[in-house]
Design a protein around this ligand. Structure first.
Ligand code: PBG
Ligand code: ZN
Length: 328
């Protein structure tokens, strides 16, 4: 037998296994924790479609985050969810003075000075039609006004204190529009843009749309989110957003798109790569483990390591609180 084909001698204890995996470690700074923020400051609402995940009012979020930060949590991704505030065609309450994200940012920054705070920027949780852009009368996306409005919302989150703005709408030109708005307002060097660059029209977003109350009232998102079987559009989307000045790139979801995560990382090795383990993937692992198909911790860690192996620098995961314990 050729000696180079003898493998077991390299993996018979933990240290040897670590030596063979040192380019694929998982540390707290490799995790970003998505959180849903509601209008009522002292309320926690469990989300039925995502068992173990809740929406938080800002005071409850404080209590929830404190121990996680002690365990090394370094970044969160904020999603505002409104229930009492009205929704309209323009998504007025995405950045009004009553928006929960706008109100929470100064408090979170004061409570947690070491925490990097990213804000999802989109119209779907705030528009009455539930789509991610502004619409023509026939229901199609009106791109020009959409990116103008999205840039305005991003700028208002930036002014309220966001370190990172993360547009998830998938409109053409939004990254450039946001960058221009930030630079024009002297925030170009204080706020980073994390682009949901390679975001597919996926069946795995279902539980999130319940969580964020952002289901489209008609139609679907296939005319602006990417077709799952198109590598070409995926690579062009990454190229488009790099060209427009994105600081960081994302592929979303994870498991059905690991090939594209690797291809985008290889094509743009100088941009930090994010990957989003989305709500349906969270639920799938939760229910699989609950049904006895596998152990939750082992399965989640296996998936997270696959993300790192495929090229992710940061993984956005609802499992972050548990993972911080598992890797402690
Ligand atoms: C809204 C948005 C979605 C997600 C993040 N931002 C849903 C969608 O595009 O329909 C999905 C996140 C998840 O499923 O966990 N633009
Ligand atoms: Zn949206």
């Amino acid at each position: 037998m050729e000696k180079k084909h003898i493998l077991h001698s390299g993996m018979f204890n933990d240290t040897l296994r670590r030596w063979n995996s040192s380019n694929c470690t998982l540390n707290p700074h490799n995790l970003m924790y998505p959180v849903f923020l509601i209008e009522e400051d002292d309320v926690i609402q469990p989300i039925a479609s995502m068992p173990g995940v809740s929406r938080f009012g800002v005071n409850k979020l404080k209590t929830h985050l404190e121990p996680l930060i002690v365990k090394g949590l370094s970044s969160i991704l904020l999603f505002g969810v409104i229930d009492k505030l009205p929704k309209d065609a323009n998504g007025t309450n995405a950045d009004s003075q009553k928006n929960p994200v706008i109100l929470a940012l100064p408090k979170l920054k004061e409570w947690f000075p070491t925490l990097t705070i990213a804000c999802d920027v989109c119209l779907c949780p705030y528009s009455d039609h539930g789509h991610c852009g502004l619409l023509h009368e026939d229901g199609t996306i009106n791109n020009g006004p959409s990116i103008k409005r999205i840039a305005e919302i991003a700028l208002n989150y930036a002014k309220a204190g966001a370190h990172v703005v993360a547009p998830s709408d998938m409109m053409d030109g939004r990254i450039g529009a946001i960058k221009n708005a930030l630079i024009a307002n002297n925030l170009g060097n204080k706020v980073a843009v994390l682009s949901y660059a390679v975001k597919f029209a996926s069946s795995f977003y279902g539980p999130f749309r319940d969580a964020a109350c952002s289901k489209p009232s008609f139609g679907d998102r296939k005319c602006y989110q990417l077709p799952p079987n198109s590598t070409g559009l995926a690579m062009r989307a990454a190229e488009r957003d790099v060209h427009e000045g994105a600081d960081m790139l994302m592929v979303k979801p994870v498991l059905a798109y690991l090939d594209l995560l690797r291809q985008v990382k290889d094509a743009f090795p100088h941009h930090p790569m994010f990957v989003y383990q989305v709500s349906g993937e969270y639920a799938m692992l939760y229910h699989g483990a609950k049904a006895g198909a596998f152990d939750l911790q082992v399965a989640v860690m296996e998936v997270l390591h696959s993300c790192r192996r495929a090229g992710a620098d940061v993984i956005i995961s609802y499992y972050t609180p548990q993972v911080l314990d598992w890797i402690e």
